[in-house]
Design a protein around this ligand. Structure first.
Ligand SMILES: *Cc1c(COP(=O)(O)O)cnc(C)c1O
Length: 407
C-alpha cells in the first residue's frame, strides 16, 4: 500500500471524516493528495513523493515561496531568542509600526492567529464603539469558520447568526436598504476588497459601491470593516481600496502577511482606538514572536521587491495561455478577478463537474489547481513554471473532454 493510502486509512480512524475544513480532499477528487511531506519554493511534494507546481499557495498564506531564505532566517533568529514567552517580544512593536506605516487608514494593530480571530475582533470592536448589535455581511462572502460567519449549519444555532444582516455585494441599493431596515442598530459593515466567493466568478467592486459603502457607513454611524485576509499584499502593498479612495475604519489581515507563519492582525483607524482599548482580547499564542519576525521580513520584502508586478505579469501569462488553449480546443472557460488570484470556471458547468475533471487531470500530471476556489500566483514562480504548468493544463483540457463527469 502506498503512503498516501495508508495515511488516509489511519486518518479515518482518528480524525473525523479523515480530514476537516476546506483542506479535506473530500471537496476535491480522490486523485488529489491529502498529505504533503514537503514544500519548497513553488513546489509541493505529496506523501507519496509526487512533485507538484502549487497554484494554491497554501490557500493564499504563501507569497514569496515556501521556505523563502530571508524569512526563514528571520524566523529562525527569533526562534533561538524566544517565541511564545510570558509576554510579547519587542518585535510586536516593530511589526505594528510597519503595518501602520503601510496601511493608510491604520493607526494601531492587534495581532492574533487566524483570519477569523481578526474578523471576530472587528465585530467586537465595532459593537464596543457603536453600542449596537447588527452587522452587515455580503451574501456568499467568506469571513472564516466561527459560529457567527461559518458557511454551514451543522452545530450552529439561529441565535449565533441572529445579528447578521445580508446584502448583495456591489449593490449600493441593497446595502442602503439593509442599513435603512436596521437603522440605529448597525455596528459595522463587512466587505472584501473584491468578490471572491467559491464556485462563482470573481467580481471587482465598482468605485461607486466602495465609495457608497464609506458614505453610507458614515451616515449611519456604522463602521466599515474591510476583510483583507485573502487580498492583503496580493493587490497592493497597503490597503486594497486606496485606489478607489476609500478608507475603512477597521481592516483584517492574515494569510500572506507572514509567508505561512501563523499570524493575523486587526488594524484600525484613530477614531476606533479608544474602543479597541476597552475590549478584552487575547490568546495563548497571540504573542508568539516567531511569526511576527517572519511577518516583518515578509512586509520588508513586499516593500523592497517588485513581487507584486511580477505576480501580475505571471498571472497575465497564465491567463492568456489558458484562454488560448480553451479557445483552440473549443472549451468555454471564464477567467475572472485579478489575474494574480485566478479563478477559472467552465461554461455550462453546474456543480463544476468539468472544472473538477480538468483539475483532476492536472493534479495527476503534477499541477495543483483548484476547481472552484480562486488560486494564487506565488511571487517565487518563474516564466518557466507557468510554461510548464500550461503544458499540463493543455493535456488536462484534452483528457478532461473524455472524462467530464467523475463518478
Ligand atoms: C481565509 C479567509 C478568512 C479566514 O481566515 P482563517 O485564517 O482561515 O481564519 C476570512 N476572510 C477571508 C476573506 C478569507 O479568505
Amino acid at each position: 500500500m502506498n503512503e498516501e493510502a495508508a495515511l488516509r486509512d489511519r486518518a479515518l480512524a482518528v480524525i473525523p471524516s479523515g480530514m476537516y475544513g476546506h483542506q479535506s480532499i473530500r471537496y476535491l477528487t480522490p486523485d488529489y493528495p491529502q498529505f504533503f511531506s514537503k514544500a519548497l519554493g513553488t513546489r509541493l511534494w505529496s506523501a507519496d513523493g509526487q512533485e507538484l507546481i502549487d497554484f494554491m499557495a497554501a490557500f493564499g498564506t504563501n507569497l514569496f515561496g515556501y521556505g523563502e531564505p530571508s524569512i526563514e532566517a528571520a524566523a529562525w533568529a527569533q526562534s533561538t531568542a524566544g517565541d511564545t514567552m510570558t509576554g510579547p517580544s519587542p518585535v510586536i512593536v516593530d511589526l505594528a509600526e510597519k503595518l501602520v506605516s503601510m496601511v493608510s487608514h491604520a493607526a494601531w494593530a492587534i495581532f492574533c492567529k487566524n483570519g477569523v480571530d481578526a474578523n471576530s475582533m472587528a465585530m467586537v470592536c465595532a459593537r464596543a464603539y457603536t453600542k449596537r448589535k447588527k452587522i452587515l455581511i455580503a451574501t456568499g462572502a467568506y469571513h472564516g469558520a466561527a459560529p457567527w460567519c461559518v458557511p454551514s449549519d451543522a452545530g450552529i444555532t439561529p441565535e449565533d447568526k441572529a445579528n447578521n444582516v445580508y446584502f448583495e455585494y456591489n449593490s449600493v441599493e441593497s446595502l442602503e436598504a439593509a442599513l435603512k431596515a436596521n437603522k440605529g442598530n448597525v455596528a459595522g459593515v463587512y466587505a472584501t476588497p473584491f468578490r471572491h466567493d467559491v464556485f462563482a466568478d470573481q467580481t471587482l467592486p465598482s468605485a461607486e459601491f466602495a465609495q457608497a459603502a464609506r458614505r453610507l457607513c458614515d451616515e449611519h454611524d456604522a463602521l466599515l470593516i474591510v476583510d483583507e485576509i485573502r487580498t492583503g499584499l496580493r493587490l497592493a502593498r497597503g490597503s486594497s481600496w486606496d485606489v478607489l479612495g476609500v478608507q475603512p475604519d477597521l481592516s483584517s489581515w492574515g494569510k500572506a502577511i507572514a509567508n505561512g507563519y501563523a499570524i493575523s492582525a486587526l488594524l484600525g483607524s484613530e477614531k476606533i482606538r479608544a474602543a479597541a482599548s476597552e475590549i478584552f482580547v487575547t490568546g495563548s499564542y497571540w504573542f508568539s514572536a516567531v511569526p511576527m519576525a517572519a511577518a516583518l521580513r515578509t512586509l520588508e520584502l513586499a516593500q523592497s521587491t517588485d513581487y507584486l508586478e511580477k505576480t501580475i505579469r505571471l498571472g497575465e501569462l497564465f491567463r492568456a495561455g489558458i484562454a488560448e488553449q480553451a479557445s483552440r480546443l473549443g472549451i468555454g472557460v471564464r477567467q475572472t478577478g485579478p489575474c494574480q488570484m485566478p479563478q477559472i470556471l467552465f461554461e455550462d458547468d453546474p456543480g463544476a463537474k468539468r472544472g473538477y475533471a480538468w483539475a483532476n487531470e492536472a493534479v495527476k500530471r503534477g499541477v495543483y489547481l483548484h476547481p472552484f476556489h480562486n488560486m494564487f500566483i506565488n511571487a517565487a514562480m518563474t516564466d518557466e513554471d507557468i510554461h510548464q504548468a500550461l503544458d499540463v493544463t493543455e493535456e488536462a483540457f484534452k483528457a478532461s473532454l473524455n472524462t467530464r463527469v467523475l463518478a
